[in-house]
Design a protein around this ligand. Structure first.
Ligand code: GAR
Length: 192
């Protein structure tokens, strides 16, 4: 567990690949007095990520590097994280897999939000799988990131009921609403 030292907020980077609704939500949370983190860097593996717009809106430094050569990309990111004294990383819809080496450098200091009730449905297409399997509940999980995909220690989970009318899209929306509550709660738990 990461311990909060003094009254200073922990400098945090958020890694995204897409819309960034979790990023926006985390930025808003980080501005609250009771947030243990401040968000000081946004990283994306693609310049197409819509969430990058929150960099300008909230005046947070952004950095984009494709993961085509992940080794080069990770070295560049690690240098920047060091330079900016980043101590904690939140993955929020980041669709690349970080290397063992990268994770080791930030051991116990990377968390991820995943749109399923882990250990069920690791990886992609979680909502499609839940609907196809006629599950009655879906949900989301915040967990520590380890070298094994979506398998690190679970911090918090939230269940969401699946109704007969739910489609992949409606379920994704329902789960995302809960993600926005779960992620800040999980971060508070990490630092308490
Ligand atoms: C969220 O549902 C998140 O849980 C999921 O991508 C979405 C990103 O939404 N993450 C993963 O699937 C990671 N494997 P956002 O860009 O609006 O935060």
């Amino acid at each position: 567990m990461v311990k909060l030292t003094g009254l200073k907020k922990i400098k945090t980077a958020v890694f995204i690949s897409g819309n960034g609704s979790n990023l926006k939500n985390l930025i808003k949370f980080s501005k609250k007095k009771n947030s243990p983190i401040s968000i000081d860097l946004i990283f994306s593996n693609t310049s197409k990520a819509k969430g990058l717009r929150f960099s300008n809106q909230f005046n947070i430094r952004k950095y984009v590097s494709s993961f085509k050569n992940y080794k080069t990309a990770e070295v560049k990111i690690l240098n920047l994280l060091n330079k900016e004294s980043i101590k904690f990383i939140c993955l929020a819809g980041f669709m690349k897999i970080l290397s063992k080496n990268f994770i080791k450098k930030f051991s116990g200091k990377i968390v991820n939000i995943h749109p399923s009730l882990l250990p069920k449905y690791k990886g992609l297409d979680t909502h499609i799988k839940a609907i196809q399997n006629k599950d009655k509940v879906a949900g989301c999980t915040v967990h520590f990131v380890t070298a094994k995909l979506d398998s690190g220690k679970i911090i918090l989970q939230k269940e969401v009921k699946i109704s007969k009318k739910d489609t992949y899209t409606s379920l994704a929306k329902k789960v995302l609403r809960q993600e926005h509550k779960l992620y800040p709660a999980a971060i508070k738990k990490v630092f308490n």
